[in-house]
Design a protein around this ligand. Sequence first.
Ligand code: SF4
Length: 185
Amino acid sequence: MTAQSEREPVTRLIQTARGNPVDDPFRVTGVMMQYYHVCKRELWFASRNLEIDRENPTVVRGTQVDDTAYGDKRRNLHLGMISLDLLEDGRVVEVKPSSALTEPAEMQLSYYLWYLDRVAGIEKDGVLAHPRERRREPVELTDERAQAVEDAICGIHEIVTSESPPAAEEKPFCDSCAYHDFCWC
Ligand code: SF4
């Protein structure tokens, strides 16, 4: 496989997001980027629209956090495949729910910054909020981060186009995962 074809999912995603004609559109949401870094097997199940009537895993597991204690006014922005929150100063904010989930939150935020830059030509900085510690960490779209996002896009494409899910690997939050019974029962 050539380097160009290895990056083909990235090109296809950008063309899809810009509304250009694409034979096989490819979309990646922020949640998919998060799942890719939380559990690739979960990403595969979610990509098949497997809905399980169980408590919302993002709430149980803490990937969704109410940080309204910050008292910020935020604006929600929907742009094609992504939906993000902007602070009043224009920075994109993502919440770090727990110390175990730093990388997923950072990569989700990096994906938003990458998407804004590559798809809409908008350069933004980001901020990772740590509500439990009342702390914030600036995040910029460096070349290294952009590369990591593009690697992840290619990885996501590989997972979601696979005929079977990756093998289960036990994680601290498996008990609260919607797909627990598929993996461990
Ligand atoms: S139960 Fe664990 S291994 Fe299975 S999908 Fe959920 S997080 Fe992944």
